[in-house]
Design a protein around this ligand. Structure first.
Ligand code: ADP
Ligand code: ASP
Ligand code: MG
Length: 404
């Protein structure tokens, strides 16, 4: 069997953890399996590197930031190869250049396009464990790129697809995918299975246990994922196309504090205004999430929308630039202290009243809703960031404790 295993930052945070992982890899190798391992940077190393960059130059180029960040994963794979050596397991570490993991050119948020598998195949044939740096690639300029925070999961899934692996296992610091982040909702339960679609919505709405693009890719290439703990042998969560119908209306609750709301007040109420507004943002690759437009009155209307809080300064600068030209408005309001809370579940497709039940939980907790958006299998509300924990717990209790 060919098995791809990915271990996250906490799982390789120090010497003891590195040896713990090395022993798990050795065990798999000694069963006669071919093993490809993707590693993240040790502990919080990516954050450390980012703050070093900010300290030297707050306006550092994205190219140089990526050049810096890729060192984190390189340390992990090299040390792991050394640890495996002491256990008598032949291993080789490879970075994105050596494998050749080709990506799009956008630094900081590149997408994997193609993976050359020849080098990895040769190493496997020579009975070596292959250790690959997560989260990084190489673009057409032969520069390093990174795949966005949490991107090592995507490296693992992409490798599993390219190598047609028999299994893809994501090892982390929790026992699997829970009904909510167990650090926020102590009563959260581990799920034995979850569908790709639900996992994708959860990850996109802030459940950081998996990088959302890893789920997207797993669905596209039919890679069945297992999310489990690197610290124990419990079974974990299987992410796949369909799951046995447990009678669950809602599979999980997720939150995302990296959100900000912008209200553009007093826009002209005529055709083309929304197009111009969002086109300016699209031209700068700004992702807009929830959108709300007021009913026009006295020839004007308001449009509110949410973006990532990280993008807010750029968004305001773009809007201000066009205010005197194509985007006449009275004023622009910015609210950073907001967060999104979402419920996700395929069960809600066939059931009425799910949104109302969520709003009731928030009402009972005395929490005001600023904006609402939905998909077939998701309801999201925008609330004050200070109320996130309370909201998550109230909603979880309403849907998931009674279902248990
Ligand atoms: P790794 O370094 O292994 O990639 P991450 O920190 O990226 O680990 O992801 C694991 C974390 O995801 C957990 O510690 C947990 O706090 C968080 N998390 C958020 N939502 C969920 C969820 N629904 N189920 C499990 N963990 C979650
Ligand atoms: N080290 C990277 C990060 O911290 C990638 C990852 O952990 O998946 O975002
Ligand atoms: Mg992660």
């Amino acid at each position: 069997m060919l098995i791809v295993k990915k271990f996250g930052g906490t799982s390789v945070a120090d010497k003891e953890r590195i040896y713990n992982v090395a022993r798990r890899i050795a065990e798999e190798y000694r069963k006669g399996n071919e093993v490809v391992v993707v590693l993240s940077a040790m502990g919080k190393q990516t954050d450390v590197l980012l703050s070093m960059a900010k300290d030297i130059n707050p306006n550092a180029s994205k190219r140089e930031i990526d050049m810096l960040l890729v060192t984190g994963e390189q340390v992990s794979v090299a040390l792991m190869a050394m640890a495996l050596d002491t256990l008598g397991v032949p291993a080789v570490s490879l970075n994105a250049f050596q494998v050749a993991m080709h990506t799009t050119s956008n630094y900081g948020n590149a997408r994997l396009k193609r993976i050359d598998t020849e080098r990895i195949r040769n190493e496997l044939e020579n009975k070596r464990v292959v250790l690959v740096t997560g989260f990084q690639g190489v673009n057409k300029y032969d520069d390093y790129t990174t795949l966005g925070r949490g991107g090592s999961d995507t490296t693992a899934v992409a490798l599993a697809a390219a190598l047609r692996a028999d299994a893809c296992e994501i090892y982390t610091d929790v026992d699997g995918v829970y009904t909510a982040d167990p650090r926020i909702v102590p009563g959260a339960r581990k799920l034995n299975e979850i569908t790709y679609d639900e996992m994708l919505e959860m990850a996109t709405q802030g459940a950081g246990v998996l990088h959302n693009r890893s789920v997207e890719m797993a669905k596209k290439y039919g890679v069945q994922l297992v999310v489990r703990s690197s610290l124990n042998n419990s079974e974990g969560t299987v992410v796949k196309e369909v799951v046995k119908m447990e009678k669950m209306l809602v599979s999980g609750v997720a939150c995302d504090k990296n959100a900000a709301r912008i209200a553009v007040i007093g826009l002209e109420d005529k055709p083309g205004v929304a197009f111009k507004l969002f086109n300016h943002l699209a031209n700068h690759n700004i992702n807009v999430d929830m959108i709300l437009q007021s009913v026009g009155r006295d020839g004007t209307k308001d449009i509110s929308f949410t973006v990532k809080e990280d993008d807010i300064d750029e968004v305001v600068a773009i809007l201000e630039r066009h205010r005197e030209g194509s985007l006449k408005c009275q004023h622009i309001d910015v609210e950073k202290d907001v967060a999104k809370v979402s419920i996700v579940g395929v069960g809600m497709m066939s059931h009425a009243g799910v949104a109302a039940k969520m709003f009731e939980a928030l009402y009972d907790a005395g929490i005001n809703i600023n904006m609402i958006s939905t998909s077939e299998i998701r309801v999201t509300v925008l609330i004050n960031e200070a109320h996130v924990e309370k909201a998550m717990n109230a909603i979880h209790e309403k849907f998931l404790l009674s279902q248990a």
